[in-house]
Design a protein around this ligand. Structure first.
Ligand SMILES: Cc1cc2nc3c(=O)[nH]c(=O)nc-3n(C[C@H](O)[C@H](O)[C@H](O)COP(=O)(O)OP(=O)(O)OC[C@H]3O[C@@H](n4cnc5c(N)ncnc54)[C@H](O)[C@@H]3O)c2cc1C
Length: 511
């Protein structure tokens, strides 16, 4: 007998795990949740790298992707491969976009995503330990907690003080709609334990008979008959198998949902046909509109005793508006420690094992990248072209960010911890061209790819899905993850991906 599920969800990450949890609240709906990585059912069985929110996990549960940051320069492109997805390996920064981000999505023909319609789902997902009132939730699956002043590491305290001295305002709550300036970082953790969606959403519902979680299942493509998705082709246990569902939901993330669509015949005609398969539905936006937050750094060699790798990576965050930019279009972090042992070339060049740094990051980049899928084999990594710094406005804001970071670093409060500054000098900082070159040569990602299967009305030729995540032109198929954001949020993307899972689940349930 073939089992047929009501819903098959591909990818148990920030959005997929949430969908599985919410859809199976109704005992009449059966869900198969397929995940390429492993699954740890209990916290006690979960490896330390997935629990320790003080550091990101970039090795043990990673897909091993590389991306071109700019033409010809490759960087590591970490993506979580485990139940919980990237929420299980990330920095646990728990901040929402600004209201204008979601209102912009609505203005692009996705009315359901206006800020006031997203807010109830942000409240539903969280259990805010510090704040209450109209903008915050209590009792949700994801705890949100902010660092207290007395918990700040000396570098964080210095960063905070210098930013305030420079006139940036203080806001104790980054998730208030009007927040800007310096704030203690809000994180989804309990003590040191990162609360991923696997822990927050799945751990308490594993007994549900209508929920089947299958790890180590690599989805190859969607099976489509007469314009309707009927199931999936999946690699599991060394075999290629088929599984059927009434509705298929791709939540494999912004780097991996589009390749599944392309391998199923949905995408730009030439890109699908280059894979040697027939076009099922022409959708030129698949894999395009790749948006990522770039960041660069003023890196410092620390004085003896400044760095303790056992302590948190980041505890404060500055949000500001660039000269001539959009509100809150920049972030700045003080990273307490950077392990150069992971970057042997730099370690050798600098002759040190650990560094710290001040990192400006662009939150509203204009540059757009794309994915390249050249094989039907799902284990072959897609080409990821981030195309950073493709516009003058992006370069200008990064230059300004670097100059602010340079001044912050050179303040007495920070310099107290600095042995010497690495790579940069005043001459480079003062020269637009030299500074652009520095950023071009060193900019990395903040790990926030979005937009590669963007939502929008059918009249928009670049829109891949409608505002409920339904793939245009194919019945019974949705995408619900970071891919569907039409533009990136001015914030780290995890909470928004969880909100997407909540909201798409509610719309499927007719709520
Ligand atoms: C290192 C790192 C640090 C980050 N730090 C932060 C942070 O501090 N705060 C923040 O807000 N955001 C952060 N982010 C970003 C945030 O975690 C992501 O935006 C978010 O998790 C993406 O959610 P998603 O559901 O789109 O994809 P994911 O959570 O990545 O889930 C996709 C899932 O699909 C699975 N999958 C993929 N392909 C297949 C396939 N073919 N078959 C079966 N399964 C498949 C993957 O294994 C994965 O589990 C970080 C990300 C990374 C990688």
């Amino acid at each position: 007998m073939t089992t047929k599920y009501d819903y098959i969800i591909v990818g148990a990450g920030s959005s997929g795990a949430v969908l599985a949890a919410r859809l199976t609240e109704d005992p009449e709906r059966s869900v198969l949740l397929l995940e390429a990585g492993p699954d740890y059912a209990k916290i006690e069985e979960t490896p330390e790298d997935l629990l320790n929110s003080y550091w990101i996990s970039a090795v043990d549960h990673d897909w091993g992707f590389k991306a071109d940051a700019v033409e010809g320069r490759e960087i590591v492109y970490t993506r979580g491969k485990v139940t919980g997805g990237s929420s299980a390996v990330n920095g646990a920064v728990a901040i929402r976009g600004v209201p204008q981000d979601y209102d912009e999505w609505a203005s692009l023909g996705n009315e359901a995503w206006a800020w006031e319609k997203c807010l109830p789902f942000f409240r539903k997902l969280e259990d805010d330990q510090d704040e209450s009132g109209d903008f915050h939730g209590k009792g949700g699956p994801i705890p949100v907690v902010r660092w207290k002043d007395e918990e700040l590491r000396p570098l964080q305290k210095a960063f905070k003080d210098v930013c305030l001295e420079r006139g940036f305002p203080f806001h104790e709550d980054f998730n208030a709609p009007d927040a800007t300036g310096m704030s203690p970082l809000a994180q989804n953790r309990e003590g040191r334990t990162r609360i991923s969606t696997a822990i927050g959403y799945l751990s308490g519902i594993r007994g549900r008979l209508n929920l089947t979680i299958r790890p180590h299942c690599l989805v190859r493509r969607v099976l489509i008959e007469d314009g309707r998705a009927i199931g999936l082709e999946v690699e599991s246990g060394g075999e290629t198998q088929r599984v059927e569902g009434n509705e298929i939901i791709l939540s494999a993330g912004a780097v991996q949902s589009p390749p599944i669509l392309l391998r199923s015949g949905i995408g730009a005609k030439d890109e699908v046909e280059a894979l040697g398969i027939p076009l099922v539905h022409e959708s030129p936006g698949v894999g395009h509109n790749l948006i990522e937050h770039p960041m660069a750094a003023v890196l410092c060699a620390p004085k003896e005793g400044v760095i303790d790798m056992e302590k948190p990576l980041v505890q404060t965050l500055l949000r500001y508006t660039a000269d001539g930019g959009e509100e809150n279009d920049m972030q700045m972090y003080m990273m307490n420690h950077i392990d150069l042992r992971d970057l042997p070339e730099m370690m050798e060049n600098f002759g040190i094992e650990v560094a710290f740094g001040v990192f400006p990051g662009l939150q509203r980049p204009q540059s757009r990248g794309h994915l390249r899928v050249e094989s039907m084999d799902p284990s072959e990594a897609p080409g990821i072209e981030l195309n950073f710094l493709d516009t003058e406005a992006d370069k200008r804001r990064m230059r300004e960010g670097m100059r602010i970071a340079w001044e912050v670093t050179n303040s007495p409060a920070v310099m107290e911890h600095v042995d010497h500054i690495l790579l940069l000098d005043q001459e480079t900082i003062d020269d637009d061209e030299a500074l652009d070159q520095y950023v071009w040569d060193t900019a990395i990602q903040i790990f926030h790819p979005v937009g590669t299967a963007k939502m929008g009305p059918a009249e928009d030729p670049e829109a891949v899905v409608d505002q409920y995540g339904r793939v245009h032109g194919v019945d019974g198929l949705r995408v619900a993850d970071a891919s569907i954001m039409p533009n990136i949020t001015r914030a780290n993307t995890n909470l928004t991906c969880i909100m997407i899972g909540e909201k798409v689940a509610a719309s499927i349930r007719g709520e």
